[in-house]
Design a protein around this ligand. Structure first.
Ligand SMILES: Nc1ncnc2c1ncn2[C@@H]1O[C@H](COP(=O)(O)OP(=O)(O)OP(=O)(O)O)[C@@H](O)[C@H]1O
Length: 450
């Protein structure tokens, strides 16, 4: 009886010790206890899991079988002696799960490499990812690092984007770190690599927060910021001290776009006369100031109240498209925000969207918006965009021009923080008239230079 109590006491002590370890030092508990236990479970259940997810293949293997053979001759008339059993070595079909590599721990889960069975493609694993996640009792399973014949599955125990910490800015020209990627790395928007960005999502999904993060990060840099805000200027007017120009009416938008196109033509001419393919190849002292154009609610630029506005809208669309097409070589970059940017807004919109190679899709209300933003990319990205919950604003799917995509979340940047950054760096705001030689009138809503 005493032994029983000692044993029970030891068990309770062990349980309390493990609980305390997990409570006060979760990282070492994960690597020391939880991860090895998970690995054992993954290995022990893998053949069942793979079979349930349709990932096994039938292979012919030599096996001893216990066969029932019909007995021939007179004994066959007696039902009790119809068969006789015989062990036999022969080739039979056996279900084989793909070979699992050694799981490697990560802070929030593990990565494991798999060898694809003959006839399988990474897409088979993307389709099965949700079922594998349920079988492994984890938050999500993603297919990452695809190499010929192999895929890596990345399992995460909880959503790494629940809390996103501020990352210090690099202050490299035109590089912004607005948040974190799901894999724990910094989310980097590098306008020199991906020149134009589409920032889409439903209302309250975090679009303005991302715009705030971009403004806050670019404010200390030697760049000109320009705003188009057809919501009466309510979004961008607070940042006016750091904006070289701000258009809040359709007429101002047209004038500002004309200025941008003229500026691009000047830059083109300058590059041509120096034999440079783009502004980055010009001598440093001649290199023009990069311009980042932020457009809030792009649909407003394309909406027509009546037919009389048709020509105006068409001219606006064409000018914007020219800015997008020429901007990449001549350091004029676009960040286009909107709830919808679909072909229903007019033919120019689809062409514009094709120029915006950087895509950010926040939570969407309707599948078409996700389709419009990410539809020409991996279908798994679309599924991930549709699954973004409303309670995590700022979570988005980010896709660059190489076709790869990530779940990401922007760091929370309040309007006040972006406003303070705009005020503190107002002295860096290039004057629009000096920059472009334009005659745009300075005043509320247009050319709001410091
Ligand atoms: N990354 C984030 N982390 C935490 N909270 C966020 C984040 N992004 C946005 N939010 C919060 O979500 C709410 C909506 O964000 P935001 O205004 O950016 O959405 P929106 O898509 O611009 O909406 P709308 O189209 O209505 O202007 C805000 O209250 C903001 O504080």
């Amino acid at each position: 009886m005493t032994d029983f109590y000692v044993f029970l006491g030891a068990l309770v002590g062990l349980a309390v010790g493990l609980w305390a370890w997990r409570r006060w030092h979760p990282d070492s508990f994960w690597y020391g206890v939880a991860f090895p236990a998970r690995v054992a479970l993954v290995y022990l259940t893998w053949s069942h899991v793979a079979s349930g997810c349709g990932l096994t293949r039938t292979r012919q293997r030599w096996r001893y079988t216990l066969d029932a053979l019909p007995v021939v001759g007179p004994a066959a008339r007696n039902a009790a002696t119809v068969v006789q059993y015989k062990r036999q070595l022969r080739r039979v079909g056996v279900e084989k799960a793909p070979r699992l590599g050694l799981p490697r721990p990560t802070r929030l889960g593990w990565r494991v490499r798999l060898r694809l069975s003959g006839g399988q493609a990474p897409a088979d694993y993307e389709k099965a990812a949700e079922r594998i996640a349920h079988a492994w009792r984890v938050h999500s399973v993603r297919v990452v690092d695809v190499t010929p014949g192999h895929v890596t599955l990345w399992a995460t125990m909880r959503d790494p984007l629940t809390v996103v910490e501020v990352t210090p800015e690099t202050e490299e020209l035109l590089k912004v770190r607005p948040g974190k990627l799901e894999n724990g790395q910094d989310w980097i928007i590098d306008f020199r690599v991906v020149p134009h960005w589409l920032n889409a999502g439903a209302t309250q999904s975090g679009k303005s927060n991302l715009a705030n993060a971009i403004i806050k990060a670019l404010a200390p840099q030697p760049v000109a910021l320009v705003g188009f805000d057809l919501k009466g200027g309510v979004e961008f007017t607070p940042y006016a001290p750091r904006l070289s120009a701000l258009a809040t009416t359709r007429t101002q938008c047209r004038a500002l776009l004309d200025d941008l196109v003229a500026e691009l033509e000047d830059r083109m001419e300058q590059c041509r006369s120096h034999g440079a393919r783009n502004v980055w190849r010009l001598p440093e002292e001649l290199r023009p100031v990069p311009i980042v154009v932020l457009i809030d609610e792009v649909a407003e630029l394309f909406l027509m109240a009546d037919k009389s506005e048709k020509d105006e809208v068409a001219r606006t669309g064409t000018a914007l498209l020219r800015v997008a097409q020429l901007g990449r070589a001549f350091a004029v970059h676009l960040v286009v925000c909107g709830q919808r940017i679909g072909s229903d807004l007019g033919p120019g919109v689809t062409a514009l969207r094709a120029q915006l190679s950087g895509r950010v899709c926040h939570r969407v209300n309707d599948p078409e918006t996700a389709n419009m933003t990410l539809g020409d990319m991996d279908p798994a990205a679309l599924d991930a965009a549709r699954a973004i919950p409303a309670e995590t604003p700022g979570v988005c799917i980010v896709a660059g021009q190489d076709g790869s995509w990530h779940r990401a979340r922007s760091v929370y940047v309040s309007e006040e923080a972006a406003e303070t950054a705009a005020r503190d760096h107002a002295h860096l705001t290039p004057d629009w008239n000096d920059l472009t030689g334009s005659s745009l009138t300075t005043g509320p809503g247009c050319s709001a230079a410091a």
